[in-house]
Design a protein around this ligand. Sequence first.
Ligand SMILES: [Zn+2]
Length: 63
Amino acid sequence: MGKVEMEKILRCAEVSGSACAFVARGKTLDEILQQAGKHATEVHKLQVTPELVEAVKKAVKEA
Ligand SMILES: [Zn+2]
């Protein structure tokens, strides 16, 4: 099996329920959470709560 590095993606729309087109990509969950957290606070004016982190984790998919 050739590919070792799996990319993960997160579509904001799946977490926020809005039509937001933001997509976070990264190799690790931490990278995704960092990008999603920044996006959530800057664009959606949300606080990064444990609930939000859980929702993000559930919505992350292997690309
Ligand atoms: Zn968004």
